[in-house]
Design a protein around this ligand. Structure first.
Ligand SMILES: Nc1ncnc2c1ncn2[C@@H]1O[C@H](COP(=O)(O)OP(=O)(O)OP(=O)(O)O)[C@@H](O)[C@H]1O
Ligand SMILES: [Mg+2]
Length: 360
């Protein structure tokens, strides 16, 4: 196989999916590659009876994942909701990969998403030459999922203009997509369902109509419950990313990972871990996803321009970039935090110096 910069989940974890399918003797819903139990195991990780290790993809409450998977067995669609960086997209990709072996039937929601992206479009050359025929019709990812009995994914559903969102109502309630130009309709076969993601922060941009909302079961993905859990998530993803980007090996830097996670959590929650100092929060979201990217950039700096060990100076600039989104107000928040908290903390002197240097 040719090397890919970023394989789809079903490609990257093909071995795990095959191993699960082999041991999985529980009932599978129509057209599902795995039973609901095996899908949950794929997401949360486990060691199978035959010794195969299934790596955890999502770290969080088991019940949440069970509710999400159980929803997809029913006639209701799944809406993953949460603040930025809580793995909504990640979970939706892995669910689709595990359930139907295809995570690519994807509609990216933006304010410019046209109705064709949800219904169908036309190949204009053929349309002009032949008129509206089945061969001139260009299926949308949703339509393909309906005819093949697969999972379609819609990213950032709330960003899609509400009249375009409405095209989904018939699809989700009647499971049909009328094609008036051909005088036909496409009827979904079993196995079809939709996973949508939406960001808490976008709420209100295009508030979901209640008609559409009722077609979804909502699962809210939380921020990591504890610092330890967040460190674990970040460590695992940074290691995976480093490997797939083929960065030179840099020894596991748990201390620096813990430091980034601590800084982000404290600024996000507006207080120090010991609860003694109140802090102001900067305007940007300091999510787990940002922590992962700060550390990945740090590893690249350390591997190519440093001494091959992740040092505070490798992560300071990244942290600064994530925290200071607004050059004036966020800077004030950051400097206060540096002086009141970072400077005083035991064992953080080198980190304080590195931050001071890039902050100027
Ligand atoms: N609980 C978690 N378990 C595993 N990985 C996580 C978790 N939280 C965040 N991540 C990681 O964070 C990264 C970003 O996640 P993702 O892009 O799915 O977030 P999102 O919720 O879709 O954010 P946005 O709202 O910005 O689209 C992924 O690499 C994912 O692995
Ligand atoms: Mg996302």
């Amino acid at each position: 196989m040719t090397e890919l910069l970023r394989p789809h989940a079903e490609q990257e974890y093909a071995d795990e999916l095959a191993a699960l399918a082999k041991v999985d003797d529980r009932p599978r819903p129509p057209r599902w590659r795995l039973s609901p139990w095996a899908v949950v195991t794929y997401l949360l990780g486990d060691t199978l009876a035959d010794g195969t290790v299934i790596s955890p993809k999502y770290v969080g409450p088991r019940r949440l994942v069970e509710v999400a998977v159980a929803t997809l067995v029913t006639d209701r669609a799944l809406l993953l909701l949460g603040v930025p960086g809580t793995a909504k997209t990640w979970v939706s990709e892995h669910l689709a990969a595990a359930i139907c072996g295809d995570s690519t039937l994807l509609v990216q929601g933006t304010s410019g998403t046209p109705e064709e992206a949800i219904r169908y479009g036309w190949n204009y050359a053929r349309l002009l030459a032949e008129g509206p025929t089945a061969a001139a019709l260009v299926s949308s990812p949703i339509m393909t999922a309906m005819t093949d009995g697969r999972i379609a994914r819609i990213e950032e559903l709330t960003r899609i203009p509400s009249d375009v969102q409405d095209a989904l109502i018939t699809v989700l309630s009647e499971k049909t997509l009328p094609v008036p130009e051909l005088g036909t309709e496409v009827q979904a076969v079993p196995g079809f369902n939709v996973i949508a993601t939406a960001n808490d922060r976008d709420r209100g941009v295009n508030e979901l109509s209640s008609a559409l909302r009722r077609r979804f079961n909502t699962v809210v993905l939380p921020l990591p419950a504890s610092a330890e859990e967040e460190v674990e998530i970040v460590a695992r993803r940074v290691e995976q990313l480093g490997r797939s980007l083929q960065l030179p090996e840099v020894p596991a830097a748990v201390a620096e990972i813990r430091r980034v996670v601590t800084v982000f959590r404290e600024l996000r929650t507006g207080g120090t871990e010991d609860g003694r100092t109140k802090l102001k929060s900067p305007s940007g979201t300091l999510s787990t996803a940002e922590a992962i990217s700060v550390l990945t950039s740090g590893l690249a700096l350390s591997a190519h321009f440093g001494d091959g060990v992740l040092r505070p100076s490798d992560i300071a600039a990244g942290i600064l970039g994530a925290v200071i989104r607004d050059p004036v107000s966020d800077r004030v928040v950051w400097v206060e935090y540096l002086e009141a908290v970072v400077r005083e903390r035991d064992g953080w002197a080198d980190f304080y110096r590195a931050c001071r240097e890039v902050t100027g």
